[in-house]
Design a binder for this molecule. Structure first.
Ligand code: AI9
Ligand code: AOF
Ligand code: ZN
Length: 359
């Protein structure tokens, strides 16, 4: 096997933990000695050992003089765990192959420098694109301190997200909805507007597909209109945060606090997206899955405050001038102002189409 094949294995190991390591990145590591894989590991959970620690522990004595493949630059700082660069030096590995550097200001090239100062050969950039893609949410968060934002909507072939009477169950198939739940699991938080809560009474949990942890549920609700009997308030499945404007009174909030709902009060009468993202970033929300509805998507698009869009299109016609389309709000008046995206992926899921676009 060559460098790329060993790194591909390390990437697969990292991929296995996607959605479970926040606020840390996913990382995989493989130890090779005389053409034989003698150790491998992945970072499973923030605060637990890093990928390199698991791989070197498994390699034991064979780590000496070995080559180590790791999908992210070995850390060089004392976070919740000791630095991996020091461990690699202590185990006297001969060579380290790194897919991509770590933009975390605490690391950012220091890990590689430390290894080279200790006389260890370091090569950087093997399968860099794949490694960057794997941690694009972490990299965005660690460099902007605001969550990586994914917008998601499901619409009919004629561009409607509900009928004119507000019905929307279901537009897309079970398979497409299962795919959505995998995105819910991979994000720290899921966000909808109070109109969606009033129309669908959604639970916003990860139920279909292969399980995984529930994201925090965030409801944009300027005047606190979320019903107390809504599932997101009373099901206790996962934390619910309701974001309200500055006019909401303590008396209005009290009944929600009693139900362990966290209220985030902005210091503006209306909620602006940039200030919301700043507050969520401070609360260590690294990634945000915005599931609509139209008004909420409208505010994120107007602020151009998202990194990717996942659109599901069902082969159905809903029709009707009043039936809502995915992005509401005031919209751009002129073509010169509209936002251009890049299509990254087009695939069919059951009877539906899925399109991934990047801002
Ligand atoms: N109506 C559809 C969607 N509707 C998405 C809504 O925002 C809301 O999340 C739904 O009511 C799902 O709620 P729950 O969390 O499953 O209880 N999303 C989809 O992907 N397809 C559809 O057909
Ligand atoms: N998960 C991971 C790394 N994560 C890096 O270390 C930081 C977390 O450090 P700590 O708080 O000690 O867990 C995280 O922000 C990221 O920069 N580094 C690695 O060498 N290998 C790993 O497996
Ligand atoms: Zn580390």
């Amino acid at each position: 096997m060559n460098d790329e094949q060993y790194m591909r294995f390390a990437l697969q190991l990292a991929q296995a933990a996607v959605g479970q390591t926040s606020p840390n990145p996913v990382v995989g590591a493989v130890v090779v000695k005389d053409g034989e894989i003698v150790g491998f590991g992945t970072h499973l959970k923030a605060g637990e050992p890093h990928a390199e620690v698991h791989a070197l522990r498994m390699a034991g004595e064979k780590a000496k003089g070995a080559t180590v493949y790791v999908t992210l630059e070995p850390c060089s700082h004392y976070g919740k765990t000791p630095p991996c660069a020091d461990l690699l030096i202590e185990k006297e590995v001969r060579r380290v192959v790194v897919a991509t550097t770590d933009p975390n200001p605490l690391v950012a090239g220091k890990g590689i420098a430390k290894l080279r100062q200790a006389g260890i050969a370091v090569d950087v950039g093997v399968l860099k694109e794949e490694a960057d893609e794997l941690n694009e949410m972490f990299f965005h968060y660690i460099s902007t301190k605001t969550p990586y934002v994914t917008l998601k909507y499901a619409m009919s072939l004629d561009g409607k997200i509900a009928t004119k009477t507000g019905e929307s169950k279901w537009i897309t198939s079970e398979e497409a909805r299962r795919d959505v739940h995998r995105y819910r699991r991979a994000h720290d938080a899921i966000l909808v507007g109070v109109e969606t809560v009033l129309a669908d009474d959604p639970s916003l949990t990860v139920r279909l597909g292969d399980g995984g942890k529930n994201p925090i549920r965030i409801i944009l609700d300027t005047r606190l209109r979320t019903p107390l009997e809504a599932k997101v308030v009373r099901d206790g499945e996962t934390p619910t945060w309701i974001v309200v404007g500055s006019e909401v009174t303590e008396a209005q909030m009290a009944p929600y606090r009693e139900k362990n709902v966290q209220i985030i009060q902005m210091n503006e009468a209306s909620i602006t997206i940039p200030s919301l993202l700043k507050v969520l970033g401070e609360k260590k929300v690294m990634s945000l899955f915005v599931e609509g509805g139209a008004a909420v998507h409208g505010s994120f698009v107007a602020a151009k405050a998202f990194q990717q869009v996942i659109a599901y299109i069902a082969p159905k016609f809903i029709g009707g001038k009043e039936a809502p389309s995915p992005v509401g709000g005031s919209g751009f008046a002129h073509m010169a102002e509209v936002m251009s995206l890049q299509i990254k992926q087009v695939e069919t899921i059951g009877p539906d189409i899925k399109i991934v676009a990047k801002g």
